[in-house]
Write a protein that binds this ligand. Structure first.
Ligand SMILES: [Zn+2]
Ligand SMILES: [Zn+2]
Length: 471
């Protein structure tokens, strides 16, 4: 059985936002009409404020009876804002055809945005879109922030690093920039015990800051996150947590609508849907890699793959992408990164079969001998990238040159050498397949972020910029 995509449909988590949007879109429609009415009446007689049906400000028109649609914090902000507008600036400045048309644009953009959000939250469709993009061999281009926003992030990042030190792990911090003051908060780290992502804390803190201050006008929010915000979260359907990317966009939309605040999000690494937990390529083991390399096309690949028992043939799309990656250039990969020494050791467990029949002191000696050999072999596990042949040769040369103690007889030495080479080969092959999977995952994640941002950003230009940082 071939299951091309390992994603489930998760549209349901968006129904809340969607319902709210439809409700608000309806209200906005009415407001726009009212906006026109406002403008007409002002045009007739700018002093006759009584004829204005509602209080208008910004791209929004606010009437008292709609209050129940909004949570109390937003209600307060809106009321404060409109009161201030009335007190200080008078009403007329806010009611103009520009504002009305801006309101209409906002509405069309929001509808477009929701269409994209619905599409992308159905990962069955969106992962397919990314795979098709990769298959077409179209270029993968990172989305960058505008120069001025990049410079802002660089400055904030420098300050943050000076204060808290450099950090490569996932973390987030944010800056609230007001004309007269700058508030930095963070860094925050994910808490994997309770499933909290660092962006969750950013959203909470920003929300609090925006709602606790009196008039957040012309403020800007900058959100830094090491990994781009996730697009899939909790495969457990019982846990109803939105992925961070979608939550942040939702919030940016809300902060703009309610507070007139612009949001900027900068990331360093492309996390895609779920970063290194992406399992689209998990079927690609070494035997799979061999079949892909040997198969000239999908048909010949399928024939090869079908002959091997318990090998799940890849779908044609994943095959083409993997074929492309394997064709491109000779792979040079390191045997390990520093945190992998322990699990590499487990490959040599089967070596102890060499002295299965032995007992007592002899067995003890041989176990020590084996451990010495494996420890010595750790010198081979460097971070230096080399080809698969080079890695295999190194292992063979090592086993031949290794000196055993005099207690190990000649026959046993030979057997241990052979077994070592088998274990080593298996480890190198697994590592090679892992490297190929990592490369595929990285491509997939980069494309995911690129395509997602392309789809979404056309509709959020007024208030939201998301892009990769080059720090
Ligand atoms: Zn508020
Ligand atoms: Zn997240």
């Amino acid at each position: 059985m071939r299951k091309p995509y390992n994603y489930d449909t998760r549209r349901s988590i968006w129904t809340d936002w969607w319902t709210r949007f439809q409700l608000e879109a309806h209200v906005e429609d009415k407001r726009t009409e009212w906006g026109r009415a406002c403008w007409k009446s002002l045009d007739r007689s700018s002093t006759d404020l009584q004829t204005i049906p509602s209080v208008c400000f910004g791209s929004k028109v606010w009437t008292g009876h709609e209050e129940q649609l909004l949570p109390s914090c937003k209600r307060k902000c809106l009321t404060d804002w409109s009161n201030r507008a009335l007190q200080h600036d008078g009403l007329k400045a806010y009611v103009s055809p520009t504002w009305v048309s801006r309101g209409t644009k906002y509405l069309t953009d929001t509808k477009g945005l929701f269409g994209q959000i619905l599409f992308w939250s159905n990962t069955q469709n969106s992962a397919k879109k990314v795979l098709e993009h990769l298959r077409s061999k179209a270029a993968i281009v990172d989305t960058l922030l505008s120069d001025s926003v990049s410079r802002k992030f660089s400055t904030f990042h420098r300050d943050m690093t000076e204060e808290c030190g450099a950090e490569a792990k996932q973390h987030s911090w944010a800056v609230l920039e007001k004309p007269e003051e700058i508030i930095m908060y963070g860094p925050y780290y994910p808490n994997y015990n309770n499933g909290e992502h660092s962006e969750d804390i950013i959203i909470k803190q920003t929300q609090e800051l925006l709602c606790s201050r009196d008039v957040p006008e012309d403020w800007k929010v900058y959100v830094f996150t090491m990994n781009s915000p996730c697009l899939v979260r909790n495969t457990d359907p019982c846990i109803n947590t939105d992925p961070c990317m979608l939550s942040l966009i939702h919030k940016a939309w809300e902060w703009w609508r309610v507070h007139g605040v612009k949001t900027h999000i900068g990331y360093v690494r492309c996390w895609g849907f779920k970063g290194n937990k992406e399992n689209l390529f998990k079927e690609i083991n070494f035997r799979q890699v061999e079949c892909i390399t040997q198969g000239v096309d999908y048909e010949s690949y399928s024939k090869l793959a079908d002959k091997i028992t318990d090998l799940n043939p890849l779908c044609e799309t994943v095959f083409s992408i993997a074929k492309d990656v394997l064709r491109s250039d000779k792979k040079h990969f390191p045997m390990m990164s520093s945190d992998q020494k322990q699990d590499r050791r487990s490959y040599f467990k089967s070596m102890s079969c060499s002295f299965e029949g032995k007992q007592g002191d002899e067995k003890k000696h041989l176990t020590t001998e084996l451990n010495t050999m494996i420890e010595a072999a750790e010198a081979l596990l460097s971070e230096k990238p080399e080809s698969i042949e080079e890695h295999l040769e190194k292992g063979e040369a090592f086993s031949m040159a290794h000196t055993f103690s005099s207690q190990v007889c000649e026959a046993l030495r030979d057997e241990m050498r052979v077994r070592f080479q088998q274990c080593w080969r298996e480890m190198v092959q697994d590592r090679y397949a892992e490297f190929v999977r990592d490369e595929l995952t990285e491509k997939f994640n980069r494309s995911t972020v690129q395509l997602f941002l392309q789809d979404v950003q056309t509709f959020t230009r007024q208030y939201l910029q998301i892009g990769k940082l080059q720090l």
